[in-house]
Design a protein around this ligand. Structure first.
Ligand code: ADP
Length: 478
């Protein structure tokens, strides 16, 4: 259409030129035959001048017309064509200038509108692409996409992080050439074979550790049942597995710890009932064992209740202004007798006779009873237990140091675990439940403080607690 119009203009202009030239020739011939021959030379020259001037004017008018038509029609069409070419090359920001509302103006504005729509579409597509990439990269699981021929098309950040791989060694390679894990290759092959979703729990060795994964293999089937490949998603469930194991261990430990005193109580009671109670001495000795075991049972149940209460979400401390100096003095008075029986020297050092913080009186007393009691328990006779209290600007530091059996380097990280004991028999004989330090750690953390241990086997241990004077409470806790 555009071509046809420009051709029509050229034809029109040519026609005007031909008509003007023809008219000039006709006029010339007309003058020549009717007047010129009869006129003298001077007049002839004048007429020639007039004719030449007329012809010249006609040529100029024609050129002006050509120029005007060119600028009016051809230029906008050319500009629109150039923009269309730019659009075809993907430059959607190209625009043409529209100055009139005629046909060429409509063409220009249509092309501009088309460019705007394309630009908008590209923007939307780019946003969607970005969202999709962000989703795939940060979905919190490993993902691998394999095409219908078995070539790996995509691996996300999760997958790279899990398997510590270099993506360039994976992309566009056959999955069975690069995936080192037989179980994963079998799972992919199963999805290819069955064209069904497959999910499996795998325990895979990764560098220095083994991790548990739930792996989902999904066949990707496009429109018209076209087979497009397989998508594999890896969810790391090692943490859940660990918690599950901890729960199982805990239940096993609790059952075991409860079973021991109950079996003992039952055994001694049965023996007494079988006739042993007739002997006063035996009766006395068995009853005191039964009492001791019942005490153990009671302490264990109390510790378990305490721990479950402290570990519960929403556990709240009874926060008030407390003097750690006087709490420590109370605890020392309480445990003085026990230290005396082992001839252990109990020492308390503090520069001032006060150290105020905001905390829970009963819970912190419980912490110090546990730690000082342990220090006495795990220190042989004639030893020494020292308590240091240091009050500084923002926190208070309490250190409980003993000259006891000490704890090995390997055991130190584990002593805060529930039921962990370095020496099971010694702990049990001293009435320990193996839950004391777990409770202590929870309580110190609930006070936003910290607990650390320094120890040397055979030389002694030091438990250091740091408590902030003022806790940062969230709105709900105030
Ligand atoms: P328990 O009731 O057995 O004392 P805890 O949780 O209080 O349980 O302590 C865990 C283990 O840590 C103890 O069994 C003991 O082996 C070790 N332990 C704790 N305190 C000391 C200490 N002061 N010196 C040496 N070992 C300690």
């Amino acid at each position: 259409m555009i071509k046809f119009r420009s051709r029509a203009f050229v034809a029109l202009i040519s026609l005007i030129v031909v008509v003007l030239i023809g008219l000039g020739i006709l006029l010339g011939q007309f003058f020549k035959y009717n007047f010129l021959d009869a006129l003298n030379n001077k007049i002839k020259v004048e007429i020639w001048w007039v004719l030449s001037a007329g012809f010249g004017t006609a040529v100029i008018v024609t050129l002006l017309l050509v120029f005007k038509i060119t600028t009016r029609y051809t230029k906008p069409i050319k500009a629109a064509t150039e923009v269309a070419i730019e659009l075809a090359h993907g430059n959607y920001r190209a625009r043409t200038k529209v100055s009139r509302l005629d046909d060429t103006g409509i063409l220009g504005s249509s092309i501009n509108m088309l460019a705007e729509n394309l630009q908008e579409l590209t923007k939307v597509r780019d946003i969607q692409q970005d969202r999709l990439s962000a989703l795939i990269e940060n979905m919190g699981a490993g993902l691998i996409l394999i095409d219908s021929r078995g070539y790996i098309n995509l691996v996300n950040k999760g997958f790279i992080d899990i398997f510590h791989i270099n993506p360039s060694e994976y992309l566009n390679k056959q999955y069975y050439e690069v995936v080192d894990y037989e179980e994963i290759c079998q799972l992919i092959a199963e999805v290819f074979r069955t064209e069904q979703k497959v999910s499996k729990q795998l325990h895979l060795p990764l560098q220095i550790e083994r991790k548990y994964f739930i792996v989902y293999g999904v066949p990707i089937i496009g429109a018209n049942n076209v087979w497009k490949g397989v998508l594999l998603v890896f969810h790391d469930i090692s943490e859940i597995k660990k918690l599950e194991q901890m729960r199982k261990d805990f239940v096993a430990n609790v059952s075991h710890e409860l079973k021991t005193p109950v079996t003992s109580i039952k055994g001694f009671t049965e023996t007494l009932l079988d006739g042993a109670m007739n002997n006063k001495e035996t009766l006395q000795s068995f009853l005191s064992i039964i009492l001791k075991e019942s005490d153990r049972l009671q302490t264990l149940i109390q510790d378990l209740l305490d721990l479950s209460k402290i570990e519960q979400q929403g556990f709240q401390l009874n926060i008030q202004m407390i003097n750690l100096y006087s709490i420590l003095q109370d605890v020392l008075k309480l445990l003085d007798g026990k230290a005396d029986t082992k001839n252990i020297q109990l020492e308390f050092q503090s520069k001032q006779n006060h150290a105020y913080i905001k905390g829970d009186f009963d819970r912190l007393k419980q912490v110090f009873i546990n730690l000082i009691n342990n220090a006495i328990t795990y220190t042989p006779v004639n030893g020494k237990v020292s308590i240091y209290l240091l009050d500084s600007d923002e926190m208070v530091r309490i250190s409980i140091k003993d000259t006891g059996v000490g704890i090995s380097k390997e055991d130190i990280p584990r002593i805060f675990e529930r039921f962990y004991r370095v020496d099971r028999a010694r702990s049990r004989n001293s009435g320990g439940t193996g839950l004391g330090l777990a409770i202590v750690k929870h309580l110190i953390e609930a006070h936003q403080g910290s607990i650390s241990v320094k120890s040397k086997l055979g030389e002694g241990s030091e438990f250091i607690i740091e408590l902030p004077k003022e806790m940062n409470l969230k709105d709900g806790e105030r």
